[in-house]
Each structure stands twice: as C-alpha cells, then as structure tokens.
Design a protein around this ligand. Structure first.
Ligand code: C5P
Length: 202
C-alpha cells in the first residue's frame, strides 16, 4: 500500500511532533526533510559549496540529528534552501521515500506543493511566531542548551521570511491542504486532528 501524508509549515509549529505521531499510529515511515537542508547547511559551515554539499549528502550526514538542530545550522539551512540546484539534488531522495510501500509521512515546507503534489493527505501546520519561539526555547532547554527568547524569535522570523519569499518552492499551503493553527492547541489535540484527517482518506 502506498499512502503519503505531506506536512508543511513554518519552523517549530509542531510538524515533527504531529508527523512522528501519525507515523507511529499507522505504521508509516517518517522523514523530517528539514534535516536534509540542515545537513547541507552544516557542510557549508565547514567550508563546502552548497551545491556540491547537496550532491554529496549521504545517510551518515543525518546520523547525529541533534548536532543539526542548532540555530546556526538552521540559518545556514534556510540560506542553502533558496538555491534551486540544492533543492533539485534533494528531490529524488524525498520522492523515493514518499513512494515506499507501507506509507510515508514527510514534513517540510514544499511537500504538498512540489515533492508530493498528489499526497493523499496534506496538512499545513502553523502557529504564531511568538508561540513557536517559546516552543523552540523549551526544546533547546530540554536538550540542556541555553538560548535567549528574543534571539530565537528573530531567528524564527528571519527564516519564515526567507522560506516564504524565495522564488523556488516557497513555503505556502497547498490549495487542498487542511490548515491546523496550533497556537492554542495542545499537542494531543493537534495529533488527534491529523489522525482524523488520515482516517478519513484511508
Ligand atoms: O524544518 P527545519 O526547521 O528543520 O528546516 C530547516 C530549513 O530548511 C528551513 O528553514 C527551510 O529553509 C529549509 N527547508 C526547505 N524545504 C523543506 C524543509 C526544510 O526549504 N522541505
């Protein structure tokens, strides 16, 4: 059985939490596509050219995901993500993942619009920038990292602008996506809404 769930939206809106829960519930594989861009960004911070880095990516680049989940790598990721050749180099891997037998959940910015325009279920998960900055801060704290709220908020806003305004594959809700604004929702309620959307199409 092939079944694809596409989850898009801005940073720290809850895509990952929802994606993992949906994947667990239905036995689907889950890919956080932001990690691919983060891995390219991390290579660029080490001095590589973005396009070469994207073409050279291997599974080992993703084997320590926490080292990719820093503010510095996030900014580098959103800068390489505007380059069409970088996006092209990552496209086939994402499509192959989406088409695997047994079902797949992919979360990112352009899954429902570019990577999997025919996904059975499309969600656009969003929340206010302030709520997302607070969540990111809590996540950092949970990993023992210190961060400043104003800096995290500025980081979130800078990435939102870059992701939404770029010419290639900008972050936008697909026309047929269900939008979930999680600003005032518990994680449980957001997960339940996503699971209901999948149940309806299965
Ligand atoms: O989702 P995450 O915050 O890890 O993504 C890091 C950056 O990678 C985003 O700010 C965005 O610029 C880029 N990205 C993208 N397309 C995706 C996933 C992530 O452009 N499908």
């Amino acid at each position: 059985m092939r079944f694809t769930v596409a989850i898009d939206g801005p940073a720290a809106a809850g895509k990952g939490t929802i994606g993992r829960a949906v994947a667990d519930r239905f036995g689907f594989a889950h890919l956080d596509t932001g990690l691919l861009y983060r891995a390219v960004g991390a290579r660029v911070l080490r001095g590589e050219r973005a396009i070469d880095a994207a073409r050279a990516l291997t599974p080992e680049d993703l084997s320590f995901p926490d080292t990719l989940r820093t503010g510095e790598v996030a900014q580098a990721a959103s800068k390489v993500a505007v380059i069409p050749e970088v996006r092209d180099a990552l496209l086939e891997f994402q499509r192959a993942f989406a088409h695997r037998i047994g079902g797949a959940v992919l979360d990112g910015r352009d899954i429902g619009t570019v990577i999997c325009p025919r996904a059975e279920v499309k969600l656009f998960v969003t929340a206010s920038a302030e709520v997302r900055a607070k969540r990111r801060l809590d996540e950092f704290a949970g990993r023992g990292l210190e961060a400043d709220y104003d800096e995290v908020l500025a980081d979130v806003r800078a990435r939102d602008a870059r992701d939404a305004e770029r010419a290639t594959a900008p972050m936008v809700a697909a026309e047929d996506a269900l939008t979930l604004d999680t600003s005032e929702m518990t994680a449980e309620a957001a997960i339940a809404a996503a699971i209901a959307a999948v149940e309806e199409k299965r």
